[in-house]
Design a protein around this ligand. Structure first.
Ligand code: ADP
Ligand code: MG
Length: 683
C-alpha cells in the first residue's frame, strides 16, 4: 500500500530531477522506497602498500614524495605522484584534475582509496579518492549505499530524496500477522526499508534485505499458487492424437533423440492426448535440444488441425526459430504454415499476418511479445510454447494463454535449478527434465585466469578469427562512470580494437542500446559480418551462432556461476572445438576456487548447487544471477533458504491457517503490489 505521491512533491526535486528519476522508473515515493541500492560501499582500515592486493578496492595511508609530475597529452592533464609508507611505494595517477597539484605537495600525507592495479611488478592506483586521515577514520565501518545512476543524477541526490521519503512519508506496515514475523524472524517493512537504505551495520543490512527478499518471493509464490488453484483442473479442449507427421519427421531427422528427449516427448504426447490441459515446463541445460521437442509438439498440434504459437524473448531468437522451421518445412514437407511476427515489422506487414492468423491460413506463429498484443486474434489456438521462459513474466505467459480458449502451455527453460527449488518456483507447472546432451558434442575447454593473461587471450581470439571463427567478450558494465573498478563494454571495445589487428571487426552490444540497434548487431554477428562481439549479459538469452568458439568473460568474479554457465552455453554449439576464458580481476583463493567449479563441470545443475554452498552472507550483495525471474534483489540460489520460508508461509495462507481478517489483509497488500509493480517483469 504504497505512497503514490509524485516525486516532484519532495523538497528539492524539481521537474528536471523528477524526469531523471523517471528514467530509472522511479515516479512516486513508493517507487523511490523500492529503489534499492545496487551495492554498498564499505570503508576498511588502511593496508600497508606492501600488502595491498591487486584487483581490490583498498585504502593506503601514504606520504607524497617529491613534486607531482604534470603532463598534457592531447586534451588530457595527467598527474603522476609517488607515495610511500613504511613498507613501500606506489605510483598514483590522476586524469584531468589539475587542481590536485597544489594539494599533493611534498610530504603531505593522505589516505588514497582506489582499485589496486598491477603495472609490471609495481602496484599503482588510478583516480583514487583522497581523504584526510581524520576524515577517513570517520568513514570506517560506515556502509554507504550506492544506487544505479543515470547521467545527471548523482548518488547524493538519491540519498537525500530517500531520507526525506523515509522520514516524512507514511509507510504502511502490517502485511503479515505477528506470528509470521516471529516465526521467520523478519523485520517490519518499515525497519526493512530503513535498514536496506541506511544500514547502521552489516547485521541490520542482512536482516533488512531478508525481509525484502521474503516479500518478493512471497508475492510471487502467492500469485502462482492462486493461479494454480484456478488452472489445475482445466479440461483438455483440444485432445490431439499422434499423427503420421511427427513419426515421419522423427525418422527423417539426421539424428535420433536422446533418451531424455524421448522421455519428455512421450510426456508431452500424453498431455496433449489426455483429459486435462497441459501446463508443462521443459527444463534442460543449454544445448540439450529443447527446441526440437517444442517443434514436435507444435507439429502434432497443427497436424491435428489447430494453430500453435511460439514465443521467444528476443527478435533474433524468434527469427532463428522461424528460419529453422522454414528449413524443416522445405526439407521434410511437414504441415507447418509458419509466420514470423515481431515488433520491428511494418504496420502493413503486421496487418497482413494478423489477417492470415485470424483466417487460419497460418497455423504456426513465431514471434516476440508482439504476438501477445491485442490485435492478434487466433482462429483456433491450441498450444503456446515459450522459449527461455525465465525472461517472460508469469503474467505475459498468462495473457498469451488467454488468447485462445485455454490452450496447452509448454515452457522451456535452461535455467539450472535444483529440483527442490524448481518445484517451488514453477509451482503452476508440471516439470520435465532433459538431463543429457546429444552425444556428438565436443566438450568446451575452460580456463580461469587473472588479468595478466589478457594479452595471450587476445592472441588466441585473433588466431580463432583467422581460422574463420567468432568470439564473444562479456563485460559487466555498459559505459564508463557506472562502477569504475569494473570493465565496461564501450571502453573495452576500444581497447580491444587497439589490441587486435585492424581488419578484425569488433562491435558492441548492451542493454542501453535501442532494441532495433541490438537486433541489427545480433543479426550482423549471426551473419558473420562481425568477428568479435563485446557485450553485456544481454547476449545470454539463447542466441545460436554455432560459428562462435570463444567466450571470454571479464570480471568473471562478479557473476553468479549459473549465469556464467549460461554465457558459456553460447559457444560449443557447432562442430568446432570451443573455449571459455573466465578472467577474474580478483585472484584470491576463494574467488578462484569458486570459478574453478566451472572449470571442472559442464553440468548446470551441479554448478548452481555448488555455487549456493560456497556463497556466504558477505556475497549477498554484488553478485546476482541477473535477469532470472526478474526479482529486484532476491536471488533464487543464494536466497534459497528464504525462498523455502516464503513458500511455507504461502502454503499456510492458502491452506487457511490464518484468520479471515489476516488473509484479507495480505490480499489487500498484494492487490496493490501485484497489480502493477511486482509484475515479475522481463528485462
Ligand atoms: P537448447 O536446449 O539450448 O535450446 P537447441 O534445441 O538449440 O538447444 O539444440 C542445440 C542443437 O542441437 C541444435 O542444432 C539441434 O538441432 C541439435 N540437436 C538437438 N537434439 C539433438 C540430438 N538428439 N542429437 C544431435 N543433435 C541434436
Ligand atoms: Mg534454446
Amino acid at each position: 500500500m504504497g505512497d503514490r505521491t509524485p516525486l516532484v512533491q519532495l523538497k528539492g526535486i524539481g521537474e528536471k530531477t523528477a524526469k531523471l528519476f523517471a528514467k530509472l522508473h522511479v515516479d512516486t515515493v513508493e517507487d523511490l522506497l523500492n529503489y534499492y541500492p545496487r551495492d554498498y560501499e564499505t570503508f576498511q582500515d588502511c593496508v600497508y602498500i606492501a600488502e595491498a592486493e591487486i584487483g581490490q578496492m583498498q585504502a593506503v595511508y601514504g606520504t607524497v614524495c617529491g613534486m607531482p609530475n604534470v603532463k598534457k597529452v592531447r586534451n588530457l592533464t595527467i598527474i603522476n605522484v609517488l607515495i610511500k609508507d613504511a613498507t613501500g611505494g606506489m605510483q598514483i595517477t590522476f586524469f584531468n584534475m589539475p587542481y590536485l597539484k597544489n594539494m599533493l605537495h611534498n610530504n603531505a600525507a593522505f589516505v588514497f582509496r582506489g582499485n589496486i592495479q598491477a603495472k609490471g611488478t609495481a602496484k599503482i592506483m588510478e583516480q583514487p579518492r583522497i581523504y584526510k586521515k581524520e576524515e577517513y577514520i570517520g568513514l570506517l565501518k560506515n556502509i554507504q549505499p550506492r544506487y544505479s545512476l543515470t547521467k545527471g543524477l548523482s548518488n547524493q541526490v538519491i540519498l537525500k530524496a530517500m531520507k526525506q521519503a523515509l522520514n516524512n512519508h507514511l509507510i504502511q506496515d502490517g502485511k503479515y500477522p505477528e506470528v509470521f514475523l516471529k516465526e521467520y524472524d523478519l523485520y517490519s517493512y518499515k525497519d526493512a526499508l530503513y535498514g536496506i537504505h541506511f544500514p547502521t551495520d552489516f547485521d541490520t543490512l542482512v536482516k533488512a534485505r531478508k525481509r525484502i527478499v521474503f516479500d518478493e518471493f512471497f508475492d510471487f509464490l502467492f500469485y502462482l499458487r492462486e493461479n494454480k488453484e484456478q488452472s489445475e483442473q482445466l479440461i483438455n479442449e483440444y485432445q490431439m492424437i499422434e499423427t503420421a507427421d511427427t513419426v515421419r519427421f522423427l525418422e527423417q531427422l539426421p539424428f535420433s533423440l536422446t533418451k531424455s528427449q524421448k522421455k519428455v516427448w512421450a510426456e508431452i504426447r500424453n498431455d496433449l492426448n489426455g483429459n486435462f490441459c497441459m501446463n508443462r515446463l521443459i527444463q534442460g541445460d543449454v544445448g540439450s535440444g529443447k527446441t526440437i521437442i517444442a517443434i514436435l509438439a507444435l507439429l502434432m498440434c497443427v497436424s491435428n488441425g489447430y494453430q500453435g504459437a511460439m514465443m521467444a524473448p528476443t527478435e533474433v531468437l524468434a527469427t532463428q526459430h522461424y528460419e529453422d522451421v522454414c528449413g524443416f518445412v522445405e526439407k521434410y514437407h511437414i504441415a507447418f504454415k509458419p509466420a514470423l511476427l515481431v515488433g520491428s515489422m511494418t504496420a502493413k506487414e503486421k496487418r497482413e499476418i494478423y489477417a492470415s492468423i485470424a483466417s487460419g491460413d497460418v497455423n504456426l506463429i513465431i514471434g516476440t511479445h508482439a504476438v501477445i498484443q491485442e490485435k492478434v486474434i487466433f482462429k483456433n489456438l491450441a498450444l503456446v510454447v515459450t522459449d527461455e521462459q525465465h525472461r517472460f513474466g508469469v503474467k505475459q505467459r498468462e495473457i498469451l494463454a488467454n488468447k485462445g480458449h485455454n490452450p496447452h502451455v509448454l515452457v522451456m527453460s535452461a535455467t539450472p535449478i535444483p529440483r527442490t527449488l524448481a518445484i517451488i518456483l514453477y509451482g503452476d507447472l508440471e516439470i520435465s527434465v532433459i538431463d543429457e546432451l546429444p552425444a556428438n558434442r565436443l566438450p568446451i575447454k575452460n580456463c580461469v585466469v587473472n588479468t595478466s593473461y589478457r594479452k595471450k587471450a587476445y592472441e588466441f581470439i585473433e588466431a580463432e578469427v583467422r581460422k574463420g571463427r567468432q568470439a564473444y567478450v562479456i563485460c559487466p558494465m555498459v559505459e564508463a562512470g557506472e562502477m569504475d573498478e569494473l570493465e565496461n563494454v564501450v571502453e573495452y571495445a576500444d581497447k580491444l580494437r587497439g589490441a587486435l589487428s585492424s581488419d578484425i571487426q569488433v562491435a558492441t552490444l548492451h542493454g542501453k542500446m535501442r532494441s532495433g540497434d541490438k537486433n541489427r548487431i545480433m543479426e550482423e554477428f549471426a551473419k558473420h559480418n562481425i568477428d568479435v562481439l563485446v557485450s553485456t549479459t544481454v547476449i545470454e538469452v539463447g542466441i545460436n551462432v554455432p560459428n562462435s568458439t570463444v567466450m571470454m568473460v571479464e570480471n568473471a568474479e562478479r557473476f553468479g556461476l549459473a549465469q556464467l554457465h549460461q554465457l558459456r552455453g553460447r559457444v560449443g554449439r557447432g562442430e568446432h572445438q570451443s573455449y571459455c576464458i573466465f578472467v577474474s580481476a580478483k585472484d584470491n583463493k576463494e574467488t578462484m576456487e569458486r570459478l574453478n567449479i566451472l572449470n571442472h563441470s559442464n553440468d548446470g545443475f551441479h554448478i548452481a548447487s555448488e555455487d549456493m554452498k560456497l556463497r556466504g552472507p558477505g556475497d549477498l550483495f554484488g553478485i546476482r544471477q541477473s535477469g532470472e525471474f526478474a526479482f529486484r534483489i532476491a536471488d533464487i540460489y543464494s536466497d534459497s533458504n528464504i525462498l523455502k520460508m516464503a513458500s511455507e508461509a504461502v502454503n499456510k495462507v492458502i491452506d487457511g491457517e490464518l484468520t479471515e481478517a489476516e488473509y484479507n489483509r495480505i490480499k489487500d497488500f498484494l492487490k496493490n503490489t501485484c497489480g502493477n509493480k511486482v509484475d515479475f517483469r522481463t528485462i
